[in-house]
Design a protein. Structure first.
Length: 271
């Protein structure tokens, strides 16, 4: 990728580098729910960060990058609309099917496109990059472009460099990360420190939250998570992870599977 999202070539070359799994439908076939089962869980933490954002004026413009079916963006729009703000959402995604779902699912969406040239001159009050940067090979320029066009940015970044995932990789004969790339399209794998460094490099961090991911998997009624709990080894891992999260929380991101929600302000735009 050579120009970032302010240029004509945008993110599309990234799709070519990882087999075009988004625009050709592969990602949707591998992940038919678009992780909608995690939407409300994620929004609990996003909502807390959203409360730290300051918006000027009666209207708010949101940019949702790689937002899947648009469920999380809808919840964000609804929360802001309930505060009396006039809300408009633009969606960017490489998958035509995901864009169709975002148009259908989120009535606040006025533009849903895979051509960033259509919105490269726009300015946004908030950009959402929820489980996105790990999919983009040349993600630094993308983050820099977002910093120029959005006043606030909320990330969720999977934390896949930790003790338990390291052990999982050994158990799977060093195939774990390769399988994450094949099935989920992850081309970057972050530690807790690495995720914070990435955001600090491109934005001005404001706040971050390590969520109770094992608790979510243990309590969710989603069929896949129920099956995971029935696996003796996976069930034991999740139970131990929940104990670590509760009693060794400062160490938890280095030890157990999870993610990091981060709110950041733009370096390029005035506060």
């Amino acid at each position: 990728m050579t120009k970032g999202i302010n240029g004509q070539e945008a993110v599309a070359p990234v799709a070519d580098e990882i087999g075009n799994i988004y625009s050709d439908g592969t990602y949707l076939r591998n992940n038919p729910t678009l992780h909608g089962e995690d939407g409300e869980y994620k929004f609990v933490y996003i909502s807390r960060l959203l409360a730290r954002c300051s918006f000027v004026g009666p209207s708010v413009r949101i940019l949702d990058i790689g937002g899947g079916g648009g469920g999380i963006a809808l919840l964000v729009c609804q929360q802001l609309a309930q505060q009396g703000l006039e809300v408009e959402c633009h969606a960017f995604d490489l998958s035509p099917e995901m864009l169709r779902q975002q148009r259908a699912n989120n009535p606040y969406t006025t533009l849903a496109t895979s051509d960033f040239a259509l919105i490269r001159e726009q300015r946004y009050d908030l950009a959402l990059l929820i489980d996105v940067i790990e999919h983009i090979s040349d993600n630094g320029p993308v983050a820099d472009d977002v910093d120029r066009i959005a006043r606030h940015v909320i990330y969720n970044i999977p934390i896949e460099r930790n003790l338990f995932d390291w052990l999982r990789n050994l158990y799977m004969k060093r195939r774990y990360y390769a399988l994450q790339t094949e099935s989920l399209g992850h081309v970057h794998f972050y530690s807790y420190g690495g995720a914070k460094r990435f955001v600090r490099t491109h934005h001005r961090p404001v706040d971050w939250i390590s969520p109770d991911y094992p608790g979510h998997l243990l309590e969710s009624s989603f069929p896949d998570y129920v099956l995971q709990r029935k696996n003796r080894l996976r069930g034991l891992e999740l139970s131990i992870s929940r104990l670590i999260y509760r009693h060794l929380k400062p160490l938890a991101p280095w030890l157990i599977q999870g993610s990091l929600f981060i709110l950041a302000d733009s370096k390029a735009r005035p506060r």
